[in-house]
Design a protein. Structure first.
Length: 120
């Protein structure tokens, strides 16, 4: 049902053209810092994932939007759980943002390519 849609492509970091090829290389078990290495082209349809130099600078705006949304959802959840301490609120929100930073990075690049990248 959701397969072969833009939303599917963005959430699972798939090729915006064929919705099957992976945008990012799989990371190794013991090297946590290689989470953001992108493939140059789609292995299924040969779509270019780097349309031009500096293309992904705009993904920082998407990352900001996703980070603010995640912070807001975390705050709302903590508010519903009646957490009143400012220290606990800030520590939890910061921890959630750090934990989801690799996915936020990938999601923002995937969304930017899907929205503003030329497809073939």
């Amino acid at each position: 049902m959701l397969k072969h849609t833009k939303l599917y492509s963005i959430l699972l970091c798939r090729c915006p053209n064929c919705h099957e090829g992976k945008m990012f290389k799989p990371r190794t078990k013991f090297r946590w810092w290689d989470f953001g290495i992108m493939n140059k082209r789609c292995d299924k349809c040969n779509q270019n994932f780097s349309p031009e130099e500096g293309f992904y600078f705009g993904a920082a705006y998407m990352s900001y939007i996703f980070g603010v949304g995640l912070s807001g959802l975390t705050w709302l959840l903590l508010w519903k759980l009646k957490v009143d301490s400012t220290k606990n609120l800030l520590t939890t929100i910061f921890s959630v943002l750090v934990f989801f930073a690799p996915y936020n990075f990938k999601l923002s690049r995937s969304a930017w390519l899907n929205f503003f990248g030329k497809i073939r």
